[in-house]
Design a protein around this ligand. Structure first.
Ligand code: ANZ
Ligand code: ZN
Length: 510
């Protein structure tokens, strides 16, 4: 039997030409046929395909071809997730425009995808860096803004004090700026956020309706959203004898364990808490300021690490909070393990039932009072499981669930607290202080404030005449792009120079 050797260079080229000539994979609407849409995550035009691309796009292609063979009208498009930092880095290195680098890569990678023979409808190809695409993203942004779902607040960035510029995490190498070598600082600037936390509950409920997803993935999503039921209540600032501060200051704490309140032996503010300066006593001020400065230098990773990346984990403020349950004062500390971005940025600490509090109490010589009875023979440290309440006056004997309910009801009755649901999920910071991204279509006017661009002026295109000979965002120093009339009053105003995170581009192309 004669065998024909398989010669891809000859056979595949011939077949692919036939597909192209016959528009084999172009699709038009056809109400008479069942539809099938197959979209694989679009590639980033890095320069060349890698084996991960081949694997991934082969899977989508097999599914598409299967459904096409079953007679369905199959749409399998392809495009490019094309904004992002590597284009800017290449621009700096090769002295070429980010757009040129990006489109040259797309050209090359498109050729590779075609040679692999994937059944794409190439007439529908698009790139997220093209104004035809990002005009819609800008329109969505202005609409989110009008609904209060895109808003501004201060957030930390990596700041290079020598280059005077914001750095992406990738540009910080061993705590130093990749170009200047200077020690990177944390700095607060005003940035744009999308209010995804408004949808936390909806996202959580949506997970229950997801069929065919692995439980591990759903659990990961649930933990990411991190729904947490507890209560928030206020404690008055006082002195060591429990005498209320004459300024009538109060601190709100969030706890999931109000049942353990009788075991609160100290309380903690996040070092960034707004009350720190006011409540700190003169005797402790120097130590407190040194601690706050030290924490400001540390990364979140260091702060949350078990060992504590810092020399010192906390400091006494000289102030006390009045525990309404025991009617006694507890010392108020600052500690790195309490984060400003969660709950109220302040906690009641219960070493008997919380391991982090236990470790801290041990290190700082603070008292430990158990308020849940551990099982007999218990030799561990903090006891976090269920059991009857002890050392808790009128809560004694109640199981955790009942005791929580009773303590919460009491706080509500007293008018000092209420039930509260918190989420780990944060609002999404979408501002990037970079050129190669979708411009945020907003104008800053001295008279009108922050104004969304008018629909008829969209898209706000990136200027092409920019240089990367200096560090930082070229949009900030472009001579004319920034200066525009205010869409509302017409007076001279300035464009926003932040662009959007590339994950915004890839959040809606489906
Ligand atoms: C007292 C207490 C006693 C707590 C106890 C726990 C156990 P989740 O489940 O993640 O919501 N907490 C609150 N705000 C915090 C912040 N900004 N930074 C660090 N820790 C914070 O955890 C809620 C618990 O984490 C809260 O309940 C509080 O400690 C702490 F036996 O209050 B708990
Ligand atoms: Zn104006």
């Amino acid at each position: 039997m004669a065998t024909t050797p398989y010669n891809p260079a000859e056979i595949e080229v011939r077949v692919q030409q036939r597909w192209e000539a016959g528009k084999a994979f172009e699709v038009n609407e056809d109400p008479g046929r069942e539809k099938f849409y197959c979209l694989s995550m679009l590639p980033y035009p890095s320069g060349a395909l890698h084996m991960g691309h081949v694997r991934n796009y082969t899977i989508g292609d097999v599914i598409s071809r299967y459904h096409r063979m079953r007679g369905k009208n199959v749409l399998q498009p392809m495009g490019w997730d094309a904004f992002g930092l590597p284009a800017e880095n290449a621009a700096i290195k090769n002295r070429t425009a980010p757009a040129r680098w990006t489109y040259a890569n797309i050209e090359h990678m498109r050729g590779q995808l075609k040679r692999l023979g994937f059944a794409y409808d190439w007439t529908r190809e698009f790139a997220t860096c093209s104004p035809d695409y990002y005009r819609w993203e800008q329109l969505m942004f202005t609409r989110l803004m009008k609904k209060g779902l895109a808003y501004r607040k201060d957030a930390e960035v990596n700041w290079d004090p020598v280059d005077q510029t914001v750095l992406a995490n990738e540009q910080v190498v061993d705590g130093r700026g990749w170009r200047s070598g200077a020690v990177v600082q944390r700095k607060k600037i005003t940035q744009w956020f999308l209010k995804i936390t408004d949808y936390a509950e909806e996202l959580l409920r949506g997970l229950d309706e997801l069929d065919g997803w692995p439980d591990a993935v759903k659990t990961m999503q649930r933990n990411w959203i991190g729904r947490s039921e507890g209560c928030e209540f206020e404690m008055k600032v006082c002195d060591a004898d429990g005498v209320a501060d004459p300024r009538d200051l109060g601190v709100r704490v969030f706890t999931t364990r109000p049942d353990t309140s009788f075991g609160m032996t100290y309380a903690v503010l996040a070092p960034e808490h707004e009350l720190v300066a006011q409540i700190t006593s003169e005797a402790e001020r120097e130590a407190v300021e040194a601690f706050v400065a030290q924490v400001a230098q540390a990364s979140e990773e260091d702060r949350l690490s078990e060992e504590g990346g810092l020399e010192k984990r906390g400091v006494f403020t000289g102030a006390y909070l009045y525990n309404p349950f025991t009617e006694k004062p507890v010392p108020l500390y600052l500690a790195d393990y309490v984060l400003m971005g969660y709950g109220t940025g302040a906690i009641m600490a219960v070493p008997g039932q919380d391991q982090r509090d236990w470790d801290f109490a041990r290190a700082y010589g603070l008292p430990i009072v158990r308020t849940v009875q551990p099982p007999e023979g218990w030799e561990g440290e903090a006891y976090v499981e269920d059991g009857p309440a002890i050392n808790s006056d009128w809560l004694n004997g109640l199981e955790v669930t009942e005791a929580k309910e009773a303590a919460t009801a009491w706080l509500e009755q007293q008018g000092i607290g209420e039930r509260k649901v918190n989420y780990r999920l944060r609002d999404w910071g979408v501002s990037r202080q970079r050129y190669w991204g979708c411009p945020i279509p907003v104008i800053h006017c001295d008279t009108c404030g922050v104004v969304p661009e008018r629909k008829e002026n969209l898209p706000i295109e990136l200027p092409k005449d920019v240089t990367f000979d200096r560090p930082g965002n070229p949009l900030d120093r472009h001579p004319s792009w920034r200066d525009v009339p205010c869409p509302s009053c017409g007076k001279p105003a300035k464009r926003e120079t932040d662009t959007m995170d590339t994950f915004v581009d890839s959040s809606w192309y489906f």
